[in-house]
Design a protein around this ligand. Structure first.
Ligand SMILES: [Zn+2]
Length: 437
């Protein structure tokens, strides 16, 4: 009994400490920070644009100074007096993806980025850090934000209404997924709400999401488009869409994405969100997910359900693609650097990955027989392929030098129903991080 009481005392002190830390430094509002990231394949710059205050803080209120994953960039908030880290988050960006494109060898471009943090009580020091594929810092901006700055615009109320498609709890202790309609006119609102319900059904019919449903809220933003359907530049079909999304991003047909992050954040000012889904009213194949930035999907393509779960693995869980090409053109993951994504390794620091889950005596690399397409289409793929943990060579677009945890996984092939155990653990850990009290 004494131990139980002691345990209760320790738990309540820990809870108090967390709450106190938040109350010590932050008010129950949101500070939105807008930046421009610009450059080319050789250099990059970060420019601060502007800040605004929006009502309510809907993100996590504990584990404030922890970084669950490194991402390709980090935002770190320090108290200006003590220099203590009081909040941090990580992300990846469309800008850094573009830097690996051929266009970046000939042209400098700029990209919008926005981040939200709890509104500080005292001046804070904000550091934005961008890293390359070697995890080296390529660009950094450190600036002070004074919460009493008169140029921080106060937004009193959310511009758009929203309704809950799934409501499990308070926004501070749940993962809030905000779904923004793109290419749905006001007369197509019913369809949008049905598509939101399909989104919830798709996501939460899959483990590990189904088992964690009570940790998620999903809300539909009431933001109609003036025109119906998507923008398809290769067909010269341009629509007036609230988020500015389009196909042909980086001249790739199926890359449906937006670079208008300020538009997206304008829509979301005052609305709870930890993850953003832009649902596009089209049956044309495409989409994309960028870690802690955005997830974009076509609502009516036949692969909607598996694609949504796969892309959300990128955007939410920071999971890497586990597929690879034999031609080995891609060198996204250099052999001297351990990638930050939890489900691939270069063996530079395998201990930080799934070494603890590897059955003893497993050969590295683990031998495997590639499956035929017909076998892949078999919905009843033996668990031996999806659940037997090893160190299989091929992953992260590279057939050599990058290793994945299982022969098949949802992050490798859309037809495979299951996430492998390593991806499953990673998704659970991210969820615990956002929902811990
Ligand atoms: Zn996996």
């Amino acid at each position: 009994m004494r131990y139980i009481l002691l345990l209760i005392a320790v738990i309540s002190i820990a809870a108090q400490t967390n709450a106190q830390e938040f109350e010590d430094y932050f008010t129950d509002n949101t500070l939105r920070l807008d930046y421009i990231f610009g450059g080319n394949n050789r250099s990059q710059y970060i420019f601060f644009h502007e800040a605004r205050q929006t009502p309510g803080w809907h993100g996590r209120k504990s584990r404030l100074s922890e970084q669950i994953l490194n991402g390709n960039g980090q935002l770190t908030v320090r108290d200006t007096l003590t220099k203590a880290v009081i909040y941090c988050t990580s992300f990846s960006t469309l800008f850094q993806e573009w830097q690996t494109e051929e266009e970046a060898t000939k042209l400098s471009k700029s990209f919008e980025n926005s981040y939200v943090i709890p509104y500080p009580k005292r001046p804070i020091e904000v550091t934005i850090t961008l890293r390359d594929t070697h995890a080296r810092v390529t660009s950094e901006l450190c600036h002070v934000v004074d919460p009493s700055d008169i140029l921080i615009r106060k937004v009193e109320k959310n511009r758009y209404d929203y309704s809950y498609v799934l409501k499990s709890g308070e926004s501070n202790s749940c993962v809030d997924i905000a779904i923004i309609p793109e290419g749905y006119t006001s007369s197509e609102k019913e369809k949008f709400l049905k598509d939101c319900q399909r989104t919830v059904d798709a996501l939460f019919s899959h483990e590990p999401f189904s088992g964690m449903k009570s940790h998620f809220n999903v809300l539909a933003v009431d933001c109609p488009s003036r025109e119906s359907g998507p923008t398809i530049p290769r067909r010269q079909e341009w629509k007036d869409l609230p988020c500015g999304s389009h196909y042909d991003t980086f001249y790739t047909d199926r890359y449906l994405m937006t670079s208008k992050m300020w538009n997206v954040y304008d829509i979301l000012d005052g609305i709870p969100f930890d993850q953003i889904i832009i649902l596009v009213n089209t049956d044309l194949y495409g989409g994309g997910g960028i870690y802690n930035q955005i997830n974009v999907f076509p609502a009516d393509h036949p692969t909607f359900k598996p694609l949504l779960v796969h892309e959300f693995g990128h955007g939410y869980g920071g999971l890497a693609d586990e597929y690879y090409y034999d031609d080995q053109f891609e060198t996204k993951y250099p052999s001297d650097t351990e990638p930050w994504e939890p489900n691939i390794t270069t063996m530079v620091d395998f201990k930080s990955k799934w070494k603890d889950m590897l059955p003893s005596g497993t050969a590295i690399p683990t031998p495997f027989t590639p499956l035929s397409y017909r076998e892949l289409l078999d919905k009843n793929l033996p668990k031996a392929y999806t659940q037997k943990i090893g160190v299989y060579e091929g992953g992260g677009y590279q057939s050599k030098g990058v290793y994945r945890p299982c022969q098949e996984c949802r992050m490798k092939v859309l037809e495979v129903e299951d996430f492998c155990p390593v991806c499953t653990r990673a998704l659970k850990e991210v969820t615990e991080f956002y929902t811990s009290k």
